[in-house]
Design a binder for this molecule. Structure first.
Ligand SMILES: Nc1ncnc2c1ncn2[C@@H]1O[C@H](COP(=O)(O)OP(=O)(O)O)[C@@H](O)[C@H]1O
Ligand SMILES: [Mg+2]
Length: 349
């Protein structure tokens, strides 16, 4: 289990003195480090005498011991922070200047959600929109690789006594990724301005400036982390990425429900069917439906949601993603699919 997994578990620890909100949400988790033998969690308390400090330390231990393999040790340290920054008070002004905040979601991983998100961002920028993308996929942040910004280290600057993070600019898009703060071989990930409620900060504590679109590459799935993401960030709605086969569609159905249920009540702007067909280079007129045909179209019809686009399987889409130069930058035909998609999205919002 890595830091992300631990942070997820720590959501179980509620602060009874704060309306039972959890310690991660409250910004009390200052640091998490993990090695083979132990997990160390550092809790930050705003004052020296939180009467519940001992209780919370115990709860952290109990929650982690419940889930960790036996033999792992749990250490809990505490620090006192006079003014712990509370994520829920952060930066709503940072997102006030953003036209549309749109989540890019999928029921499961590997369907090309990040590929679609990154290329959509680049395509929108090519069309003249001001665009940002926040890569909130804690399970596999891929924006740094797909944009060739693996070595970028976002700067944090002080603004009116609070810390804001500057996004990385490339290809005319402002990028922010959880991956920029989780380097390989680095034991301590959650520190500084990213200490707590990392995902929320990833959007709300970033100086995006004026944007027409902020896309959020969400983690795949429909669990708690997603629901809190959807609730915490003033998202207008989402687009859903799927592949044509039935198994993926069952997951998308869950994802649609995640946005459309009464409590959340966000729009679903449309479905993007990815890997719709394969066309070999030497036979450009042929379409091979490797993963089934029109699954996304049928799903869209079933739920009354527009199908925003069908993206074929193109070797170049994968290669350009691996090379950090999104396909949508090029003038090849595969770029066109994303430009068209961007046009449809802009029309739908
Ligand atoms: N339309 C496509 N054509 C070719 N390869 C694709 C396409 N869409 C995605 N891929 C490749 O599939 C893999 C998974 O895509 P990714 O965007 O990382 O998925 P997710 O974010 O849903 O996990 C990547 O290697 C990516 O390059
Ligand atoms: Mg991804």
């Amino acid at each position: 289990m890595d830091q992300y997994g631990i942070l997820k578990l720590l959501h179980e620890v509620k602060h009874p003195g704060k309306g039972d909100r959890d310690i991660v949400e409250l910004g009390m988790v200052n640091d998490v480090s993990v090695n083979d033998k132990s997990v160390t969690v550092t809790l930050a308390f705003p004052g020296r005498k939180d009467p519940l400090a001992n209780y919370l330390e115990g709860s952290v231990r109990a929650a982690l011991y419940r889930h960790l393999p036996s033999g792992m040790n749990v250490n809990v340290k505490t620090v006192v922070k006079e003014k712990a920054v509370k994520p829920q008070e952060l930066g709503t002004e940072e997102v006030e200047k953003i036209g549309h905040i749109i989540g890019i979601a999928s029921g499961k991983g590997g369907v090309g959600k990040s590929t679609v998100a990154v290329n959509l961002a680049v395509a929108l920028a090519r069309m003249g929109y001001k665009v940002g993308l926040a890569d909130a996929d804690v399970y596999g942040p891929s924006v740094p690789t797909m944009t060739g910004t693996e070595d970028a280290a976002p700067e944090a600057v002080d603004e009116d006594g609070r810390s804001v993070i500057l996004p990385i600019e490339k290809y005319g898009v402002k990028w922010m990724s959880i991956g920029y703060f989780a380097r390989k071989g680095q034991a301590l990930i959650w520190r500084g301005p990213m200490a707590s409620s990392a995902l929320k900060q990833l959007v709300l504590q970033v100086r995006w400036g004026e944007l027409d679109f902020l896309l959020i590459d969400m983690p795949p799935g429909t669990g708690d982390i997603h629901i809190s993401l959807v609730n915490d960030i003033p998202m207008e709605g989402a687009i859903l990425v799927t592949t044509p086969q039935e198994v993926a569609l069952a997951d998308v159905e869950k994802a649609i429900d995640m946005f459309r249920n009464d409590k959340v009540d966000k729009k679903v702007f449309g479905i993007v069917e990815n890997m719709s067909w394969f066309t070999p280079e030497e036979h450009p007129e042929r379409r091979y439906y490797l993963f089934g045909k029109d699954g996304g179209l049928k799903l869209a019809g079933h739920f009354g949601i527009p199908l925003l686009g069908q993206i074929p399987i193109v070797q170049d889409i994968r290669e350009s993603g691996d090379a950090g130069e999104p396909a949508a930058l090029s003038s090849r035909p595969d770029a066109l699919a994303f430009i068209e998609l961007a046009g449809k999205l802009a029309g739908a919002v």
